[in-house]
Design a binder for this molecule. Structure first.
Ligand SMILES: Nc1ncnc2c1ncn2[C@@H]1O[C@H](COP(=O)(O)OP(=O)(O)OP(=O)(O)O)[C@@H](O)[C@H]1O
Length: 299
């Protein structure tokens, strides 16, 4: 069977990825996120022969991987192998890095989001990102933090719609019971773990299909880490999740699929060594390099 060629047509991003016509995407009037969530699933992500550069420096090359909806895929590997760079290609952020350049494709539901003419704002709306350090807007209230992404470029939404979205997003991020009585308090008044869940709520508020997490627990204590891991397990029913982690136990706990990347030699670009079910990668990897890394012999 031949695979249909992906297209770079921006209008398709609007209709397929967001499932809204171009004229509808400026707002969700008469619709709450609540109504949009039941029964939804994430998007399929396919990375095809991806190479990413910083200027002339080839950071990572030849990456091919498929992430199925409702799965968590972990990217693991030694420092500098290109995990974060690959992640930032999946929402096009790498192209915003000064000197950032790519070859290859990142298909989201068969649309190449790295193609010419694709609207980066629409891509970001469909591919949310949570960073290593919780980064709520410090002077904004908890409420305003959640709707910050929605307010960008959108006018005319009723306050009650924002209220619904704030409650649904904070509930899905597992934070609502802890903050529902102090939504006007500053985001920075929360603990580190709560701030990270606030950032997850902010990412969910714009209804992404894919959620990227770059070491989301590395700045958190063990209890907050477990809370986020439980949350990831719940969210995967509705979102495609890709997580970068240095923590092997965490990769084993939260992911269905694991991709191992490494730098084959000094001065060389990072590359994908193997990808497979997490249980196999951690018990019976195909490649010696993978085994050496997960058993702590190298890396
Ligand atoms: N902004 C940048 N400018 C130039 N080179 C960069 C930049 N960011 C990353 N690199 C280089 O790209 C390569 C891959 O970096 P990347 O951060 O993606 O690796 P990583 O596997 O996520 O590392 P870590 O686990 O340490 O976070 C490295 O050689 C790094 O030095």
């Amino acid at each position: 069977m031949t695979t249909p060629e992906p297209t770079n047509v921006p209008v398709k991003i609007r209709t397929v990825v967001t499932e809204r016509a171009p004229s509808d995407i400026s707002g969700l009037e008469n619709e709450t996120i609540d109504a949009a969530l039941p029964g939804r699933t994430g998007s399929r992500v396919e990375i095809r022969d991806l190479s990413a550069f910083y200027g002339s420096h080839l950071a990572v090359t030849g990456v091919n991987l498929i992430v199925e909806p409702t799965e968590v895929t972990a990217l693991i590997g030694p420092s500098g192998c290109g995990k974060s760079t690959v992640l930032r290609c999946v929402n096009g952020m790498h192209l915003n890095t000064p000197t950032g350049r790519v070859q290859g494709q990142v298909l989201i539901d068969d649309i190449n989001i790295l193609g010419k003419g694709v609207d980066p704002v629409l891509v970001r709306r469909n591919v949310g990102m949570v960073f290593q350090r919780p980064n709520p807007f410090p002077t904004m209230s908890i409420y305003d933090n959640v709707v910050a992404g929605l307010r960008l470029g959108r006018r005319g939404r009723r306050t009650s719609e924002y209220d619904d979205i704030v409650e649904v997003s904070l509930t899905r991020a597992g934070l609502w019971p802890e903050v529902k009585d102090r939504l006007k308090a500053a985001g920075s008044s929360l603990s580190g773990g709560q701030q990270q869940r606030l950032c997850i709520a902010r990412a969910l508020a714009v209804e992404p299909r894919v959620l990227l997490m770059d070491e989301p627990c590395s700045a958190l204590d063990p209890i907050s880490t477990l809370v986020i891991e439980d949350l990831i397990a719940e969210l995967k029913a509705s979102y495609t999740i890709i997580i970068v982690t240095h923590n092997m136990q965490q990769a084993a706990r939260v992911s269905d699929t694991t991709a191992f990347l490494t730098v084959p030699g000094l001065g060389q670009a990072g590359a994908l060594v193997e990808i497979g079910p997490t249980s196999r990668i951690f018990s019976n990897p195909n490649e010696k390099a993978t085994e050496d890394y997960i058993t702590g012999k190298v890396g």
